[in-house]
Design a binder for this molecule. Structure first.
Ligand code: ADP
Ligand code: MG
Length: 723
């Protein structure tokens, strides 16, 4: 079949597809958390004592009594088996952005040959996947390769449904036999604990009597693209790399702004509601969905939850999006930049910290005292972003996200904080001593009038800021759509812990010299004098800001992953993680090794695909067309007519240029002699990427010259607009 025949066939199939039969969804109340072994079910199925133990562990993160684990295991097994499960699996989160699982049967046989089911506390608590092939960054020598998983009782177990029955999934941590963290969950739990410990100190100094365990919260907004599977099947780049490596721009893009919040196409709407029904059964509070800016782009945002649970749910949500898309004849692209020239996809991570006694500490309170707490925690975030901005950039670094950051559609690669006019003014007043310098020599009233109003006005959000205060939380907007939220949450919690520790020391000192209000203002004044450089309310896309940020404010601009990841190897970052007890130097080094390897591998994989597609798909189509043109010109000449040779020359030149770029790319890819991993990453970021761009430039120019009926790859306008 020639290019166009199969392309046409794909279009025919899509436009004539039968709709996925719609089942009338059940009522929310009926399906909500139906497949989750949550506290409500535990209350019903566990003894009073076991339930109390579980509840405490979930609220405080404290270890669970093994005797209780036995009771929970038995109840969990009975519940799962009653719902048809024959298998269970510890699910864990290796250092890549993926999830991993190993399934085991509940079945054992007894001497009489009968099948019985067994699931003890120890099986619940500990699993031993043969995890030796997960990237571990050198943490496990292969002779001691077996890492093991351990149940995380703070994230609820659930049933994963497939066509032939459910499997009990048990959220777990993954660690080496020597106790080193091999995953993203352990550091997230540790970062929460560090933040809690530091926050307790500050709140105690603020005179709080009862302080329950603090936890961080996360609400993540997930953007994605949907492309019909018939098109995707014809695009090896979409299948393997998750993004188009070739493709001339569509005549229509997003310039009409007609897609954003527009009517959702019927087929997509059915898909979304199917996704949501599945998520509801899994206890994931999907709340909003809408079209995004680019054609074919959509967003789903669950309501926020405790960070550890939200992180697990976010991984599950990505899995559900992908598998449900397949059911509806789509492929779901989570890549940060599937299509050049239109917006890419991000994942805004909304983050706050709080507890049940003081509430959300990033929410301005109702009393001057609450507002002091709020300002301290806000100040702690500002200090964190200033001190560890490059780390925040590093934890969102990936080959995919590099296409977004700094491309003036997503926040820049320079980390600054947006506070909004009113809060920024308060910090400015503190900085300039206005709050301390009131007439009587005392402190101005940090009361309702001054602080409260902006909470109700998150309207003027600065879309160009990577890190914005949005009324009662911070929104980390530079996170990539394919990324796990765990990395950003770990970094934010840890930097906050570090800042709160600093504040605790300063505050204790300052309290010796004055009232609580005076002490808070003094500490904040010192803080903002040192770290106010990170606060920026202007246009993050402008060239002036890039210059000011770097030249005047000393902030770092780290445009690529190759520039950003080495931050993980810097002493101040190593010290941060080890001092806060979140990652030892070895654990951090292993992450650096894994992430840089992933970066190199994904760029090299894309480069190989570019070479392959250029040679085996674009070159043949273009030369065939060239042949046709040449013979047409010859035929015309025979009849005495001279046809213009402009097109034939242009096509010939483009083919030649493309193949020359392919040769350059092959050479760049063949280079293997690097002094360091950093040099190898720079080679990928600069030489390989630019050689890929050169191949693409010629190929995309050919796409608009070659006869449509010969072009083998589905075009942008087809993939983006045919649903
Ligand atoms: P946007 O205008 O940015 O789309 P939304 O109101 O849709 O904002 O909320 C975005 C996300 O922020 C949701 O997941 C929401 O649950 C979450 N969120 C709201 N309040 C908080 C909070 N205090 N802490 C963490 N996340 C929050
Ligand atoms: Mg948002």
């Amino acid at each position: 079949m020639s290019g166009n025949e199969s392309r046409l066939q794909a279009i025919y199939q899509i436009t004539n597809r039968e709709d996925t039969p719609v089942k009338m969804p059940k009522k929310l109340k009926k399906i909500w958390a139906e497949d989750v072994f949550n506290l409500a079910k535990m209350e019903e199925l566990l003894s009073k004592k076991a339930f109390k133990g579980m509840k405490k562990t979930i609220a405080t993160g404290e270890a669970l009594d093994p005797a209780i684990a036995d009771v929970v295991a038995a109840a969990m097994k009975d519940w799962a088996i009653a719902k048809g499960a024959k298998f269970f699996s510890h699910i864990f989160y290796p250092m890549t952005n993926a999830t991993a699982e190993k399934h085991d049967g509940f079945i054992v046989t007894n001497p009489e040959g009968n099948a019985i089911t067994e699931f003890t506390g120890s099986l619940l608590i500990k699993g031993e996947p043969d995890g030796s092939s997960f990237p571990n960054g050198g943490l496990r020598a292969t002779n001691a390769a077996r890492g093991h998983t351990a149940w995380d009782p703070t994230s609820p177990a659930y049933l994963m449904q497939t066509a032939n029955g459910p499997t009990l999934m048990i959220p777990s941590v993954f660690l080496s036999w020597t106790g080193e963290a091999l995953d993203k969950k352990i550091p997230l739990l540790r970062s929460n604990a560090a933040m809690n410990e530091a926050a307790q100190k500050v709140l105690k100094l603020m005179g709080e009597k009862e302080i329950s365990t603090l936890n961080s919260s996360c609400g993540a907004e997930q953007e994605y693209f949907l492309v019909d599977e018939n098109f995707a099947a014809m695009r090896p780049d979409l299948l393997l790399a998750g993004r188009t490596l070739f493709g001339a721009p569509s005549a229509k893009g997003q310039e009409f702004d007609d897609h954003y919040f527009g009517a959702i196409p019927a087929r997509v709407q059915v898909f979304m509601q199917d996704v949501e029904d599945i998520l509801y059964k899994l206890g994931i509070p999907a709340k909003t969905h809408h079209n995004e800016v680019a054609p074919g782009q959509f967003e789903i945002a669950p309501y926020y939850e405790a960070a550890n649970v939200a992180a697990d749910h976010q991984q599950l949500l990505m899995t559900v999006l992908k598998s449900t898309a397949k059911k509806h004849g789509f492929i779901c692209l989570l890549h940060e930049k599937p299509f050049a020239g239109i917006n890419g996809s991000g994942k805004h991570v909304n983050w706050s910290v709080g507890n049940s006694t003081q509430g959300n500490l990033l929410d301005p309170g109702n009393t001057p005292h609450d507002n002091l707490n709020f300002l301290l925690f806000c100040g702690a975030v500002i200090r964190g972003v200033h001190k560890f901005g490059p780390l925040l950039r590093a934890v969102i670094a990936s080959a995919g996200n590099d296409h977004r950051l700094g491309a003036n559609e997503a926040p820049p690669a320079i980390l600054s904080v947006y506070l909004g006019d009113q809060l920024e003014k308060i910090f400015n007043d503190i900085k300039e001593g206005k709050l301390t310098g009131s007439e009587g020599g005392g402190i101005m009233d940090l009361g309702l009038a001054q602080i409260l109003n902006f909470a109700k006005d998150p309207g003027d959000r600065n879309r160009t800021s990577p890190f914005a205060f949005t009324g009662n939380r911070f929104e980390f907007r530079a996170v990539g759509s394919a990324q796990s939220v765990a990395g950003p949450l770990i970094a934010m919690n840890t930097m906050l812990a570090d800042s709160l520790n600093w504040i605790a020391v300063e505050l204790e000192e300052a309290l010796k010299n004055g009232s609580q209000e005076e002490a808070v203002v003094a500490v904040l004044q010192k803080l903002i004098n040192k770290h106010g450089q990170a606060v920026f309310g202007g246009d993050g896309y402008s060239a002036e800001w890039h210059k000011e940020a770097v030249d005047e404010r000393g902030l770092k601009n780290l445009p690529t992953t190759a520039d950003a990841l080495p931050v993980l190897d810097e002493d101040y970052v190593k010290d941060l993680f080890s001092d806060m007890g979140v990652l030892s130097n070895e654990e951090l080094a292993s992450r650096y090794a894994v992430y840089s390897e992933q970066y190199i591998l994904s760029i090299e994989m894309e480069a190989k695909l570019v070479i392959d597609m250029a040679k085996t798909s674009i070159y043949p189509a273009a030369t065939r067309y060239l042949g046709d043109l040449a013979s047409a010109i010859a035929v015309a000449k025979d009849t005495g007519v001279d046809l213009s040779t402009t097109t034939v020359e242009k096509v010939a030149e483009l083919i030649s240029a493309m193949m020359a770029s392919v040769d350059d790319l092959i050479d760049a890819l063949a280079q293997h002699d690097f002094d360091s991993i950093e040099a190898h990453m720079q080679h990928c970021a600069n030489n390989i990427r630019s050689a890929m761009d050169d191949v693409r430039a010629s190929a995309d120019a050919l796409e608009v010259e070659v006869a449509d009926d010969m072009w083998p790859l589905p075009k942008y306008q087809e993939m983006l607009f045919i649903k």
